[in-house]
Design a protein around this ligand. Sequence first.
Ligand code: HEM
Length: 209
Amino acid sequence: MTPNDRIRWIAKPAVWLLCLMPLMWLGWRIANQDLTANPAEFMNRYLGDWALRMLWTALAVTPLMIVTGWKPALRFRRLLGLFAFFYVALHVASYVVADQYFDWLAIWNDIVKRTYITLGMAALLILVPLAATSTNGMVRRIGGKTWTRLHRGVYVAAICAAIHFIMMRKGFQLEPLIYAGILAALLGARLAPAWKKRARAKAEVQPAR
Ligand code: HEM
């Protein structure tokens, strides 16, 4: 079995299974009517938590590759990103269906009046075109450079999602701050090599005094 085969036939199905497990667990709890006293809130928060975890996991792939030098990690980035989007979509769907009962006016009022919903919505709107352009065909159609530039939007979406979580919890709460800290570390790990490269290039251009 070649390393490519191992990724295709073992690692990828394992990642699929792992990513679907939170949904299967939710399905199990729904089937057993075990959704706490407030099922709509429970589902929305549960799916929101997993949306955030999946997004952070997708963002962790490149830093992992930088730190370990393990290039095959990149083969999982798109899959993890799409799963993140999938959980975001379910989180929003649970809000629209189970929380707001398709009351579009109430949803609109929420978006314009509650800043944390505005930020969640901004994150969703940024992620939609990224998910839509995730296929190889779309990369070819819009061109690698435009694609890369567009997909940098994921950092803005992640920052909006982190603030969405902090504001939603209100007051001082550790959990959203831990997520924000992890995001800062992940973004920092991406920027560090670029800064180093730029500093080195600058040092080479400027003659030593
Ligand atoms: C990238 C996009 C998003 C992510 C990652 C995300 C994630 C989260 C997280 C982690 C929570 C808190 C869960 C907890 O307390 O444990 C949350 C709460 C919430 N989110 Fe999102 N969210 C996103 C977008 C949205 C959007 C677009 C909406 C609605 C239009 C929305 C509506 C809500 C609501 C209503 C709550 C609070 C539920 C409550 O008060 O119990 N989110 N979200």
